[in-house]
Design a protein. Structure first.
Length: 584
């Protein structure tokens, strides 16, 4: 057996284990530390993976580190915290100087980063040896965007088909985007954009300017954007013309890359100069418009230049489900596959595949690639639930009974909200049923109930539905039959969806971000939805992640009960095979 451990440090620290070309486990450190988007070394994640895979660290064939430079991405200072005078002065000069002086900044970046990178790499190698007895000769550093590309391609295909592979994010290893051609499990880079021309930075800086957390709350800005339009009228266009227009574009010399007026990690200075006084929803709408139009032009150009219209994509900017919807609707795009949860937490997947292929080459061994199917790749605790219930004496505080699908469906049909912590937890940012809060999707009252009693979400943020796969055509417009099991793609809703799934769609533009559920992917979750359909005729449920606002998705029974169920207004919790209900 060929085994590879892959590690993402820094923002949203994550680890993955691959065995003979198959990803058998992926988990982010936040699920153990209970700190959302935890940045650091994924110590507990690695220990769980080794234990789950029944393999000792010394027996691993290779360890892949995501990133050749091994530097954390740029994280803007928190509101109220001032940067040093030197940093502020440098940022102002970089913003004001224009492209003429940029070669000097490249030289400065190279000279300063190189020494720091070597120090960080050596520290990491020392930690791996001290903590896990992993020798440095087994460790390799994989380019950041190569991780995104191999994850997007091999994570979703085993056909060796020729494909266009695109990556787009804030930055990594001095790049913010790449255009690649893949065939026979090999990926060849055709173009790369320097990190200072980053569209991802523009989105993150605007997120912070609006008072939200960059590298975390970009989805809130995306959710706000549709409120700046109505019946085809774009209220945000004046804001777009004033703030965002002519800031970033496709480079005329190489239209597979981007170019910007100034380094976009200084975009906040531009916002302070041009955006003060603009309506918050118009700012969000203008930013989303820029993103969709620019990326569509980029994708259109890449298809034209390469002649390939089967598109695979990864990188944090592709977490934007509305942009993905706009790309899928392009006539030039034949098929579109977005790696689910494609931010930096996905990089260990690509690093593991890439390293496995290299090992096979070294051993003159034919590789066997198994794409990712469902995302239930994290720890599960069903075998611990009964002991936890007894130890915590839950039967004395709550009603505890078997969680029969029909009983759960009856609760949902009556208007109750039910949480679910069952089986192996989902990897990534989306709840896909195993760590979920469920409700009847037809009544907007449940949006208020979940927000008021549990989630404390911003009022404009939509919920999403889990829909039976066979009911797809009843609820979403999907002429290209794009597969949608991961909530990574938005779709226009049908007339029936506007009735059946009214509470599980965006309330401004009525788009849906569905999880299409197949029984062989998640039998028990499917059966609940099917029983709910039998009772109501509705082939889906409202599904939101099982956590309190600002906390990671729950992992263990303790997280589910003590961190979320007990301190919130939740009345019902499925824990393994048991349904726990608060007494009236």
């Amino acid at each position: 057996m060929v085994s590879v451990l892959a590690i993402q440090t820094g923002h949203n620290s994550t680890a993955a284990l691959l065995e003979d070309g198959k990803i058998v486990g992926v988990v982010s450190e936040e699920r153990f530390t209970r700190v959302k988007n935890y940045a650091g070394l994924p110590t507990q994640s690695i220990k769980w993976l080794l234990d789950f895979g029944k393999i000792q660290a010394k027996d691993l064939d290779a360890v892949a580190i995501c990133g050749e430079k091994f530097v954390s991405p740029y994280v803007p200072p928190k509101p109220g915290k001032k940067s040093s005078l030197l940093v502020r002065s440098y940022g102002w000069l970089e913003y004001k100087s224009g492209p003429f002086y940029w070669p000097l900044f490249k030289i400065k970046s190279f000279l300063v980063d190189r020494k720091g990178n070597d120090k960080e790499k050596n520290a990491l190698l020392k930690w791996l040896h001290n903590e896990f007895k992993i020798s440095k000769d087994k460790v390799s550093f994989v380019n950041h965007h190569l991780c995104h590309a191999y994850g997007a391609y091999l994570g979703q295909s085993d056909k060796r088909e020729k494909a266009l592979v695109l990556t787009l994010d804030g930055e990594g290893d001095d790049s913010c985007s790449t255009v690649n051609v893949a065939e026979n499990f090999e990926i060849k880079r055709k173009a790369s954009t320097w990190r200072h021309y980053s569209l991802g930075y523009i989105y993150s800086m605007t997120t912070r300017f609006l008072g939200m957390t960059p590298l975390e709350h970009e989805y809130k800005v995306m959710g706000l954007a549709p409120y700046a339009s109505s019946k085809g009228e774009k209220y945000f266009m004046k804001t777009y013309d004033k703030v965002f227009k002519n800031v970033i574009w496709l480079d005329k010399k190489n239209p597979l890359t981007f170019k910007s007026k100034f380094p976009t990690n200084r975009f906040e200075l531009h916002l302070k100069k041009t955006c003060v006084g603009e309506r918050f929803d118009n700012v969000a709408g203008a930013l989303q418009y820029l993103t969709e139009e620019l990326v569509k032009d980029w994708v259109r150009t890449a298809i034209k230049k390469t002649g390939i219209n089967n598109v695979y994509a990864g990188g944090g900017v592709f977490m934007n489900v509305k942009m993905n919807m706009a790309l899928a609707q392009m006539p030039e795009v034949k098929s579109l596959k977005i790696l689910p949860s494609c931010g930096d937490e996905s990089n260990p997947i690509g690093a593991a595949y890439f390293t496995y292929l290299n090992l096979c080459k070294e051993k003159n061994q034919k590789p066997t690639i198994t794409p990712i199917k469902d995302l239930y790749l994290g720890p599960g605790f069903d075998d611990e639930v009964e002991n936890y219930i007894k130890k915590s004496k839950l039967e004395k505080k709550y009603e505890v009974r078997k969680a029969e699908p029909k009983i759960v469906a009856e609760l949902l049909a009556k208007g109750e909200v039910v949480a679910r912590c069952v089986g192996r937890q989902e990897w990534g940012a989306r709840s896909l049923g195993n760590r979920a809060i469920m409700a009847n999707p037809s009544d907007l009252r449940y949006v208020w109930q979940i927000n008021e009693q549990i989630k404390m979400r911003d009022f404009w943020m939509p919920f999403a539905p889990s829909v039976l796969k066979e009911r797809e055509s009843d609820y979403i417009e999907n002429p290209k039959r794009i597969n949608a099991p991961y909530m990574i793609m938005a779709f226009n809703s049908t007339k029936k969806a506007k009735t059946d799934l009214r509470a599980a769609m965006h309330q401004a533009d009525f788009t849906l971000r569905p999880q299409l559920v197949e029984r062989d992917w998640n039998e028990k979750y499917y059966d609940i939805i099917k029983e709910f359909e039998n009772l109501t005729g509705i082939g889906g449920v409202l599904n939101t992640s099982f956590n309190l606002h600002g906390k990671p998705i729950v992992s263990t029974p303790k997280d589910a009960v003590e961190e979320t169920f007990e301190p919130s207004g939740l009345k019902h919790l499925i824990l393994g095979e048991y349904l726990i209900s608060k007494l009236s």
